[in-house]
Design a protein around this ligand. Structure first.
Ligand code: PEP
Length: 239
């Protein structure tokens, strides 16, 4: 899977031109790779209308609430009504800037899956946690919150996006060895805490300053099953 996360970027003109100039020119076999792009909620329907190949359009977030008096939110029912089948949850910017807890992320993941969606759950450690040897502990804590909410079978609709926070938007990509080591730990965690099947089948994406310059050496790693791309997903290089 290759996901593009536009974050809070783009405008109406871009939501029309990027599908035409980049997304619709991608050549990939949709049986072998899922390509997913997550524009802002405002631009989602324009991107949907202008994307003509097998690229999935995703939300970057969803509400913990259903429909009702929840100003500023959008519910999973609305997302499904728009024909959207994929979403991110737990992006580090949601966690660190908007106060989402592990529990919020886990419940959002469950709500999305119970409503038939495929979820890219983002996890990852801060720089200080990496430097103090806490990476695996942090990833395990974030994954455990999700595991507490999901049945074993629901992991079939989960993709884990490992995104070390120190690598997001910084240009400091994890080395292939560092990323591989952490992905292998995540896979072991899944085997021990969810099931062997989940460990074998859940895709683990790497995210953090991925670009056309470093993607090839990262994807060569055994436990890296794709990418979640931020900044470079807004550029023709996403190609
Ligand atoms: C992201 O936003 O998920 C991300 C990985 O950003 P970037 O590629 O810009 O580091």
């Amino acid at each position: 899977m290759v996901g593009g996360n536009w974050k809070c970027n783009g405008n109406l003109a871009f939501a029309k031109s990027f599908p035409a100039e980049v997304l619709n020119t991608l050549k990939f076999d949709p049986k072998k790779v899922d390509v997913v792009v997550a524009p802002t909620a405002l631009h989602l329907s324009t991107v949907q209308a202008n994307t003509k190949n097998n690229v999935h359009v995703a939300t970057q977030n969803l509400s913990l609430t259903g429909d009702g008096a929840f100003t500023g939110e959008f519910s999973v029912g609305m997302i499904r009504d728009m024909g959207v089948t994929h979403t991110l949850t737990g992006h580090s910017e949601r966690r660190s800037l908007f106060g989402e807890t592990d529990q919020d992320v886990a419940v959002k993941t469950k709500i999305a899956i119970e409503n038939g969606m495929n979820v890219m759950v983002c996890i990852g450690e801060q720089l200080e946690e990496r430097e103090t040897g806490k990476t695996d502990e942090v990833n395990a804590r974030q994954l455990q919150a999700v595991a507490d909410e999901l049945s074993e079978g629901q992991w079939g609709n989960v993709v884990v996006a490992y995104e070390p926070v120190w690598a997001i938007g910084t240009g400091k990509v994890a080395t292939p060895q560092v990323a591989q080591e952490t992905h292998a730990e995540i896979r072991e965690w899944l085997a021990a805490n969810v099931s062997k099947e989940a460990a074998a089948t859940v895709r683990i994406l790497y995210g953090g300053s991925v670009s056309d310059a470093n993607a090839a050496e990262l994807i060569a790693m055994e436990d890296i099953d794709g990418f979640l791309v931020g900044g470079a997903s807004l550029k023709p290089a996403f190609h």
